[in-house]
Write a new protein. Structure first.
Length: 329
């Protein structure tokens, strides 16, 4: 007999934690957010996660219908064991058995993975990648994270460390990335990288007039990537130049991705990807210049479905197989 059942998706960040009640069709029925306690030890961090899970399950009166819990968490982590190893922005957890701790509290199966992997799975199951077998997902925002799904399963590699596509070097002479490597796509096309290039252009060309200065109140150091997007939309030449350069970087990078993986679809999410959505056609038009695959332009490039809720949906997707199994019982 088919029964109603839900999974809870949890999105853990350095400063916030969110949880949502998700049904078997990927619809988020309800959600809540709270503060993540990342600097007071493992118990305090666990209690912050527990607080949002409790709130979303009891406020929806669904605590008896929870079949599984999935958690998106910054890495490094081990998706097989559910151990959070040593994420820089979560100092509360070092080799912390997050999956087993949460499972022990709630008595349901718990899966843990990084946010990009989980979001890629959610988009494949329920979102913009539905109907495709092999999916490449990228979230382009403060950083660049990627996830790879082959035939409905996340590709983790040998140890769970695969799919760090944001740290592929496309210019070995380029700026050093936070990971330590030179010229990663994250160091060239993420939000902070876009803002940095705009600030450099303004500071090295003193006579240059740009609406970016007006948006930043005359302070070059206050320029953000969001301001670059605003200025470009209003026709500012400098902002347009910065974003077109970003398009060039992404075209080179995605050409390499296509040659390596030849996915059925490329899904782009995150704040910068939303800003660059009008340029998706231009990126696809550039692919033949950076790709040996003669059919590269047949691969659709689409915007992610879940947006800001990608972490919640991703967490739920990690446990979707458990949900399906429980509903068949």
């Amino acid at each position: 007999m088919v029964r109603e059942g839900f999974v809870i998706g949890v999105d853990v960040g350095g400063t916030k934690v969110a949880a949502g009640l998700v049904d078997r069709e990927g619809a988020i029925r309800s959600q809540t957010r709270g503060s993540m306690i990342s600097n007071r030890g493992p118990v305090a961090g666990l209690e912050a996660v527990k607080a949002v899970i409790d709130q979303v399950s009891f406020s929806s009166n669904a605590h008896d219908s929870i079949r599984a819990i999935g958690i998106c968490c910054p890495g490094p982590l081990d998706p097989i064991t559910g151990v959070v190893i040593n994420p820089p922005n979560l100092p509360c957890w070092r080799n912390f058995h997050l999956a087993s701790e949460v499972s022990q509290i709630y008595g349901v199966p718990v899966k843990v993975d990084n946010d990009a992997n989980a979001a890629a799975l959610a988009e494949t199951l329920w979102g913009a990648g539905r109907g495709y077998h092999n999916v490449f997902y990228a979230t382009v925002g403060t950083g660049i994270g990627t996830g790879i799904v082959f035939d409905g399963r996340i590709y983790h590699g040998r140890t769970g460390a695969a799919a760090e596509g944001g740290h592929m070097t496309i210019d070995y002479r380029g700026p050093r990335c936070g990971c330590g490597k030179p010229g990663c796509i994250e160091a060239l096309a993420s939000g902070p990288a876009i803002a940095r290039r705009a600030r450099t252009a303004l500071s090295t060309q003193p006579g240059l007039h740009s609406s970016l200065l007006d948006l930043a109140g005359g302070n070059i150091e206050e320029v953000t990537s969001q301001m670059v997007g605003q200025a470009q939309a209003a026709g500012d030449p400098l902002a347009t130049s910065i974003l077109r350069e970003t398009v060039d970087f992404l075209s080179v990078w995605l050409g390499n991705i296509v040659d390596l993986l030849e996915p059925d679809v490329i899904i782009m999410g995150g704040g910068v990807a939303s800003m660059l959505r009008p340029f998706f056609v231009e990126i696809r038009n550039q692919l033949p210049n950076h790709c040996i695959n003669p059919r590269c332009q047949e691969i659709p490039m689409v915007h992610a479905f879940y947006g800001e809720d990608a972490g919640i949906a991703g967490g739920a997707a990690l446990s979707s197989e458990r949900l399906a199994a429980s509903l068949r019982m």
